[in-house]
Design a protein around this ligand. Structure first.
Ligand code: SF4
Length: 292
């Protein structure tokens, strides 16, 4: 395998074969993100993808699921994704699901017929970087979409039958804004029915635009206590039935997961227990996270 640049994949895909189809991220402008700053976006040539797939086949005798990396692989044109899917099905005929990161813009750029064709080829379980459902936050972090865009595009995916995983970022609204952010985000989730809610916590890395804002005092990071209160408010406000809440990201101070609504009380109690264990005094500061 010839992975180029650092490769990131979502924690739930830890056991899934990773196939690189792009280098970097085509957007690469979210103010908090330093994942792909060192590489220029490009598509991996198809003959390389085919060679990597053959190599993957030697490592994985069977794979019902394949995850395409990197940052926003769904940005590729439908024709390119169809060719990649055809190669996957030729080399891994048992593969049922082709998953990847997708931005709201990438979904918007594809017509319904294109989304339907991709669904028929097994493209499903798209990880969508929603981060927040609050326009004030989305604009500030330069996410490239509004809450209304997210609602519209995720509803399109639902109509077409492509499931999505909502990637959220606790603490992204900054000091004093966590509860309001949870309210906006829960509203969007309740409207758009993700199949899984995946929650991480904002990390502010040196060299990012957000780090500069913090240095200048125009962005004040939330304390850990606020972030955990935000997570509790989010869990409390989700009214969806039978949706998995996965809050086990390495950036999270207290790790909780369960299915809503049945595990709501247990998850809220686990966060309270975590607060008690670490201590309110310790959690009343903003923690510096140096890696994902
Ligand atoms: S957060 Fe995702 S979409 Fe934004 S720059 Fe980083 S990889 Fe690209």
């Amino acid at each position: 395998m010839q992975y180029e640049g650092t490769t990131y994949r979502p924690p739930p895909e830890a056991d899934t074969p990773l196939l690189q189809v792009t280098v970097g991220c085509a957007h690469n402008r979210c103010t908090f993100c330093d994942m792909y700053r060192d590489v220029r976006f490009r598509q991996i040539p198809l003959d390389q993808v085919e060679a990597d797939l053959k190599e993957l086949r030697c490592i994985f005798p069977s794979a019902e699921r394949i995850f395409l990396v990197n940052g926003d692989a769904f940005v590729l044109k439908t024709s390119a994704l169809k060719k990649i899917a055809a190669l996957i099905h030729r080399i891994f005929p048992e593969c049922q699901t082709i998953s990847m990161y997708a931005s709201i813009r990438d979904i918007k750029a594809k017509r319904d017929e294109e989304l339907g064709e991709l669904k028929d080829l097994g493209v499903n379980d798209l990880y969508v970087g929603i981060e927040s459902g609050w326009d004030m936050v989305l604009e500030r972090i330069n996410k490239g979409h509004s809450a209304a865009d997210a609602k519209e595009q995720l509803e399109r995916l639902n109509r077409i039958g492509i499931h999505h995983i909502a990637n959220l970022m606790l603490g992204v609204a900054g000091m004093g804004n966590g509860i309001e952010n949870a309210r906006h985000t829960a509203k969007l989730l309740n409207q758009t029915q993700p199949s899984l809610i995946w929650v991480g916590t904002l990390a502010i890395f040196e060299g990012t635009a957000l780090h500069m804002e913090m240095e200048q005092g125009s962005f004040l990071p939330a304390t850990e206590l606020e972030i955990l209160a935000e997570e509790k408010a989010l869990i409390d406000a989700i009214t969806l039935e039978n949706v998995r809440f996965y809050g086990v990201h390495p950036t999270n101070t207290v790790r909780v997961s369960g299915t809503l609504p049945q595990d709501r009380r247990a998850m809220l109690a686990a966060i309270d227990a975590g607060i008690e264990k670490v201590g309110v005094e310790t959690l009343s500061a903003a923690f510096a996270r140096s890696s994902l």
